[in-house]
Ligand binder design. Structure first.
Ligand SMILES: [Zn+2]
Length: 124
């Protein structure tokens, strides 16, 4: 008799029902995260809650270079024709979430060009 291995969701650490990530076809996911991940991948445009959820997950997976992985993820989405907010806009949303920066105009004046230039360099 085989013992069933108890697996935990790669995104939220809840126990799973045998669900897996469609991105790599192997990482265990709970039902909720499996649905959310599929929803993100199907979404034509990422809304703020989805951006936040995805970003937190990328950070969790790779605290040292989560931002680079997140940027690659956004670049990939753009390359297949998704219509997400600009990279600068997404950065501002994350910044606001982490540090409570409500001065969007000021932030954009100071940092907007950096992220706009990064996005231009994606060469899609
Ligand atoms: Zn989960």
């Amino acid at each position: 008799m085989s013992k069933q291995k108890l697996e935990y969701c790669r995104r939220c650490q809840e126990s799973t029902n045998g669900g897996i990530s469609r991105r790599d076809n192997k990482s265990p996911l709970c039902t909720k995260c499996e649905e959310l991940e599929a929803f993100i991948d199907m979404a034509e445009t990422l809304t703020y809650p989805l951006i936040k959820w995805e970003f937190k997950f990328q950070q969790l997976l790779a605290p040292q270079n989560g931002m680079d992985i997140f940027e690659s993820f956004l670049k990939f989405r753009k390359s297949i024709g998704k219509k997400d907010p600009s990279f600068a806009e997404i950065h501002y949303l994350i910044w606001d979430d982490m540090f409570g920066c409500k001065d969007k105009k000021g932030w954009m004046r100071q940092f907007g060009k950096i992220y706009a230039d990064k996005e231009k360099a994606w060469k899609i």
